[in-house]
Design a binder for this molecule. Structure first.
Ligand code: MG
Ligand code: MG
Length: 258
């Protein structure tokens, strides 16, 4: 059962995801060596509450914080902590909000200062794989078309795709059907219709695809200890062209001025 949203509901989801986009831009202003991920979390929580919303992840299945901050070999679900970001790190910041009862969910991987060329390329390919997936999120296509597009782009750069975690539907709940894997075959999976909202969120590894769960019960890491990148958009499936509800424009405007 897939929940299809009306145009009015999509506008409400757009507002929620716009707030996520703006929260990520607030984070972008503060990304630098010497800042803790806990500090980033405080900035996000304050900004979200100041905008009449609530953090969606805080308390979700017991998750303790507003953001997921996943550094270097952490793939996703890292818990903000007293860890000080240092030159050469990358950090995936995943942010969820509830505004007017509707969820926003989006993620961006930031570079801290100068990073290695191969890690730069990992980030570029992860973002590009997301954009390839978006192109397939049109009515009449199947979820596997999105999955295949993401996987093909990521693997064309020599990178590997995490299998254990996937994208998802979004609406009045953070995770709705369908699952949206970042790997798969064309023409397989549920058929997408106008009004379906999906989060496409490639998690792409520099090395091997296998992951392990940390002892904190949340953080997922790469098994080989090599870096992983993660980007996420919420997307409304439409007839001709996907309608992306998240934007990285605010983030990149900030980053380009730094
Ligand atoms: Mg997310
Ligand atoms: Mg998500």
């Amino acid at each position: 059962m897939l929940y299809l949203k009306t145009d009015e509901e999509i506008e409400l989801l757009r507002e929620s995801n716009l707030l996520v986009s703006k929260t990520l831009a607030e984070i972008a202003r503060h990304i630098q060596p010497g800042i803790t991920t806990l500090y980033l979390d405080e900035i996000a929580e304050t900004f979200i509450r100041d905008n009449s919303a609530v953090p969606a992840f805080k308390g979700y299945n017991g998750f303790p914080k507003t953001l997921c901050t996943s550094v270097n070999d952490e793939v996703v679900h890292g818990i903000p902590s007293r860890y000080y970001l240092k030159e050469g790190d990358i950090v995936s910041v995943d942010c969820g909000v509830i505004l007017n009862g509707w969820y926003g969910d989006g993620a961006y991987t930031f570079a801290v200062g100068e990073i290695r060329e191969e890690v730069k390329k990992l980030i570029e390919f992860t973002k590009a794989s997301l954009n390839e997936g978006v192109k397939e999120a049109v009515a009449g296509n199947r979820v596997g078309d999105v999955s295949y597009a993401v996987q093909s782009k990521a693997e064309s750069g020599g990178f590997s795709v995490v299998r254990e975690l996937v994208g998802h539907g979004l609406g009045k709940r953070l995770h709705e059907p369908p699952e949206v894997p970042n790997f798969g075959r064309k023409g397989t999976g549920p058929k997408m219709s106008k009004g379906l909202i999906i989060c496409i969120e490639p998690m792409i590894n520099l090395g091997r695809r296998e992951t392990v769960q940390s002892r904190d019960g949340w953080t997922i890491r790469t098994a080989d200890g090599k870096p992983s990148a993660h980007f996420e958009y919420a997307v409304a499936v439409k007839k001709e062209k996907a309608d992306v509800l998240t934007t990285f424009d605010f983030v990149e405007e900030v980053l380009n001025k730094m």
